[in-house]
Design a protein around this ligand. Structure first.
Ligand code: GDP
Length: 178
């Protein structure tokens, strides 16, 4: 089954987003099996795709060696999994573009890993500020990328972005099946 990975800096809102995507009527998490390590978790969704919960990166309290270990684990996993179909990189919509995320995107690009961006915690900003922040981010991405990655705006508080993200995944799944 195709796998879709979710990743981002610690505290970006990944657990909340995963709960929002999976825990609702008609979209039950039917099983949760531990991945290769306790750090990577797989959830089967609708019996037809796996949601892969990758560990958060850039967590200062892990220390430098710990962070590098996590990074290696993440990179090895992404490169080794043939079923890996798309990766979702979560970005806190309140923050200005962070170097660690930009570098991770560069790494994804260099390794040909398809990804989309999810801007999280949209409810924490006014709509004007949200728009400004997304525009600033998109401008920076345009400087770096010929083609802009797809992006979504989400809030786990009010389920913003939920259907768009799930539709995006279903569309890819359908195109693979054909
Ligand atoms: P993780 O470390 O990336 O898994 O982040 P969590 O999902 O644990 O979220 C970190 C903190 O941000 C928690 O206090 C959440 O309640 C909060 N949070 C996460 N997503 C949202 C959101 O969409 N809106 C708001 N207002 N708070 C959020």
């Amino acid at each position: 089954l195709p796998e879709y990975a979710f990743i981002g800096r610690s505290n970006v809102g990944k657990s909340s987003l995963i709960n929002m995507l999976t825990k609702r009527k008609g979209l039950a998490m039917t099983s949760a099996t531990p991945g290769k390590t306790m750090l990577i978790n797989h959830f089967i969704v609708n019996d037809n795709w796996y949601l892969v919960d990758l560990p958060g990166y850039g967590y200062a309290r892990r220390g430098k060696a710990g962070q590098e270990g996590i990074r290696t684990l993440i990179e090895d996993y992404i490169l080794e999994r043939e079923q890996m179909t798309n990766l979702f990189l979560l970005i806190d919509s309140r923050l200005e573009p962070q170097k660690i995320d930009m570098e991770f995107m560069e790494w994804l690009g260099e390794n040909g890993v398809p990804f989309a961006i999810i801007f999280t915690k949209a409810d924490k900003l006014t709509s004007g500020k949200l728009k400004d922040n997304i525009n600033r981010y998109v401008r920076q991405l345009r400087d770096q990328w010929e083609e802009l990655p797809p992006y979504f705006i989400s809030s786990s508080e009010n389920k913003l972005g939920r259907m768009d993200i799930l539709d995006y995944i279903e569309n890819i799944n359908n195109s693979i099946k054909r």
